[in-house]
Design a protein around this ligand. Structure first.
Ligand code: PGA
Ligand code: ZN
Length: 409
């Protein structure tokens, strides 16, 4: 089993042009690599990153400590990283460093075992059965993911979710939807500016406008898609005045709740992520109670609320604040803790959506993770941006390899 014989860390740029790290681990002549994304609308309780230069120094520290040791499983290496770091939030080594080592090691281990990465990840989960996630594709960007000078919409993400569970079919549907959407945006003089996740920028204050444009497109689009939003409300929350605000617009919690009720019915939304601030769980519970009364199937998804933390997921499930969760490996900092958080959410009957970050790299790990643990969704941005497209392509590669296997049987 792998003994790490060498490690190499370098600094690369992410999709926003910001510095991040890429780590390669060697075991003999087998190599496992990983690079790390970063978020802009972060939850307060996320694991902490350290500056890239310090992360690389910490890689050397890890190598000195790990010298001569073998690691037989993800749990072993991840526990080793957790102990070496010694904090709740990875602030010593940095979650960027611990995750880079953890993911790079998972690739080493899968190569040594001669199994695909998604199979290794599935085996780490107590409850998963692999299956293809639906694609959650952010095609109109807003909020903090757009340069403020462009007057973006308040909600960070307006997503399309093709109805097929075949990644190849879903990606095709997304590209054709994007073409149709261009036709809807261009008479408005829009469709040529993009946000951080490669989605179009639409200017305006009306939180419904993005969905209205998607709906207009859906009527001419050949293929079935659902819609979702990520309001990323913690970034709208003004704790001093106790209101949600975006430029001149202001809503109190009840007014925002009315917006969600209206748009979820009008556009038949599949999901709403981070509808309220991460510390205002009473507001979340009101939305959940409304779902109960309406017998609505809306997915109410925690992201900043739950930060891929088993502890937070348990707390929020107990008070009934959500019915689904975003799983982002770099919110926690190791592969096994990430999978444990997803497992726990599943045990509460929650939906699980594996997600990228707004600053991404070419690393496609989350595709193997989403398939391996049988996530309900994979959220990876607009396929117009290379760093996002690679994730969808990796899913398609898995889909093709399974088809070939079944032909051989
Ligand atoms: P972030 O946003 O990666 O900038 O935090 C993504 C999200 O909120 O889902
Ligand atoms: Zn989010």
């Amino acid at each position: 089993m792998p003994k790490i014989s060498a490690a190499k860390g370098i600094i690369i740029n992410d999709s926003r042009g910001e510095k991040t790290i890429e780590v390669a681990l060697l075991s003999g002549d087998i190599e496992g690599k990983a690079s790390i994304p970063s978020g802009k609308s972060r939850g307060k309780m996320e694991a902490k990153t350290v500056p890239v230069e310090r992360a690389l120094e910490n890689l050397d520290r890890f190598m000195r400590a790990a010298s001569g040791r073998t690691f037989d499983s993800m749990r072993e290496i991840d526990n080793f990283l957790i102990e070496l770091d010694g904090t709740e939030d990875k602030r010593n080594l940095g979650a960027n460093l611990t995750l880079a080592v953890s993911i790079a090691f998972s690739r080493l281990l899968s190569k040594e075992k001669g199994i695909p990465l998604h199979e290794l990840l599935r085996n780490e989960s107590a409850v998963a059965a692999p299956s293809f996630p639906r694609l959650f594709i952010n095609i109109i960007n807003g909020g903090l993911h757009v340069n403020a000078s462009l007057n973006p919409l308040p909600f960070q993400e307006q997503l399309i979710i093709p109805k097929t569970s075949s990644p190849e079919g879903a990606l095709k549907s997304a590209f054709s939807f994007i073409e149709s959407l261009k036709g809807v945006l261009s008479p408005r003089g829009e469709g040529d500016r993009f946000g951080d996740e490669g989605g179009f920028v639409v200017s305006g204050l009306n939180p419904e406008l993005g969905l209205e444009l998607l709906d207009e497109t859906r009527r001419i689009h050949d293929g079935e898609v659902d819609f979702g939003i990520d309001a990323a409300s913690s970034s709208l929350w003004n704790g001093k005045d106790k209101v949600y605000e975006w430029r001149e617009s202001r809503w109190n919690g009840d007014e925002l709740l009315e917006v969600y009720k209206w748009i979820s019915e009008r556009y038949n939304l599949l999901s709403i992520e981070d509808p309220f601030d991460e510390e205002r769980e009473e507001e979340w519970r009101k939305l959940m109670r409304w779902l109960g009364e309406k017998n609505s199937g809306l997915w109410v998804i925690g992201d900043d609320l739950t930060v891929t933390s088993a502890k937070k997921i348990r707390e929020m499930a107990k008070v009934g604040a959500a019915n689904g969760v975003i799983i982002k490996p770099n919110q926690r900092g190791t592969v096994s803790e990430t999978i444990a958080a997803a497992d726990l959410a599943r045990q509460f009957g929650w939906k699980v959506i594996v997600s990228h970050r707004s600053g991404e790299t070419d690393d496609d790990f989350i595709a193997d993770l989403a398939y391996g643990i049988g996530a309900d969704g994979l959220k990876a941005g607009s396929p117009l941006q290379q760093e996002r497209l690679v994730k969808y392509k990796r899913l398609i590669q898995i889909e093709k390899s399974l088809k070939n296997e079944s032909k051989l049987e």
